[in-house]
Design a protein around this ligand. Sequence first.
Ligand code: PLP
Length: 224
Amino acid sequence: MTQLKYKRHFDAIIERVEKARLRLNDHHIVKIVAASKYVDAEAIEMLYAIGQRAFGENKVQDLVTKSEQLDALPIEWHFIGTLQKNKINHLLSVKPHLVHSIDSLELAHALNERLERDAMTMRVLIQINSAYETSKSGFLPEEVADKYAQIAEECPRLQLQGVMSIGAHTDERAVITKSFETTRRIFETLPNAKICSMGMSGDFELAIECGSNMIRLGSILFPK
Ligand SMILES: *Cc1c(COP(=O)(O)O)cnc(C)c1O
């Protein structure tokens, strides 16, 4: 795709985001994180060139590689995948802007410990498995409030910013809506939570209508 065609494609997506946010209310602001896992550094640069600044990777190794390749650009890197404890050192070397996927107390403690050693802090979200799917990681809705408070108390190096969820894996709109609403309701009760990260290529408009203020778009942004 030429740059001009690509820009038109991107503008059309932004228009859809804009319409969805206005359906919620006109003060609602939505940030787009481009999930760049399907593409190489060159494609990231093309999207950067038309204004996108936040990019997310779901594998630590890919995040390290691409952030090194694109070191010259002031990209805001997000980590959106499941984090294994043995990859923490690698992840910290990138100093990501936000980690979306704290999914256990064990991980929170391990990350806190490493950050303490390096005298660093990190912005994080707590992942909620709001659709109760065994294939997904995250805290269950009924345990989030307690775990969030526990992490806030026991992991001072983690700067809790809010929550992340992946919508229910189904074509049934009502079921997806329910999973997003579950996350949004929890989000509203958590102290100082600012970010509600939910919505992907197939369900971002619905997620925004349910209160998401950060969407993670992958396949739709990078057409073949
Ligand atoms: C890949 C990925 C996305 C984007 O998925 P698309 O459906 O391609 O938009 C969002 N969130 C996470 C955690 C991902 O791994």
